[in-house]
Design a protein. Structure first.
Length: 208
């Protein structure tokens, strides 16, 4: 019995000294996400919401009478409370799209110049800025006054900025973004809109 206990202790000691830290890492839920996937996800989430045909997410076509319902016509009559369309839109655009774009820009800012040249970093940041501006443009169009200055921060009661002031700020930021679209982009595979074509992003920014 004594020999068995000693052998068991030796086995426990051997395996307890082994480095098993990788078992605590979930490969499907990374702790750090690079800028490219964040940028791509923001595009998917934004376009999925705007193109959605789900009455729980997007009723714009019904409200503008591009579409009409033959049955269950509550959605066409501006039914917002039961389905919480406004809340879903608000959460999706702020908590997913804007948040991912902000995180993508932070990641770009911390990337060394050796890994990504400064002009390329400026272009990537400008692309993210343009998509963020477009998202805020949608939010202001829908809701009017919204959190902008204090948005995506630690303050759970951010101030609501005046919608006209936000529009003016967005126009100024667009001018800056257009001027920064001077280099190439390594986001080609993650740019699900233009495939990294900088000239197309300039056209989008000017259109906005």
């Amino acid at each position: 019995m004594k020999k068995i206990l000693i052998f068991s202790c030796l086995i426990f000691t051997f395996f307890s000294c082994e480095d098993l830290t990788e078992l605590n890492v979930d490969p499907k839920n990374p702790l750090v996400v690079e800028s490219g996937p964040l940028f791509a996800n923001s595009i998917v989430e934004l376009f999925d919401l705007m193109a959605s045909t789900n009455v729980n997410d997007n009723n714009f076509r019904l409200w503008s009478q591009y579409w009409a319902q033959t049955t269950y016509s509550d959605e066409s009559n501006y039914e917002l409370n039961e389905r919480n369309v406004s809340g879903r839109t608000w959460d999706k655009l702020y908590a997913t799209v804007v948040k991912d774009l902000r995180d993508a820009k932070k990641f770009v800012a911390t990337t060394t110049d050796e890994d990504v040249p400064p002009a390329e970093k400026a272009t990537q940041t400008a692309m993210a800025d343009i998509l963020e501006i477009f998202t805020y443009h949608i939010l202001v169009d829908i809701f009017g006054d919204i959190p902008y200055t204090d948005a995506i921060g630690n303050d759970i009661t951010p101030i609501y900025d005046n919608d006209e002031d936000i529009y003016n700020t967005l126009i100024t930021k667009l001018d800056v973004a257009i001027n920064n679209l001077t280099g190439t982009s390594t986001w080609d595979a993650y740019d699900l809109i233009y495939g990294g074509n900088v000239d197309s992003w300039k056209k989008l920014a000017n259109s906005l």
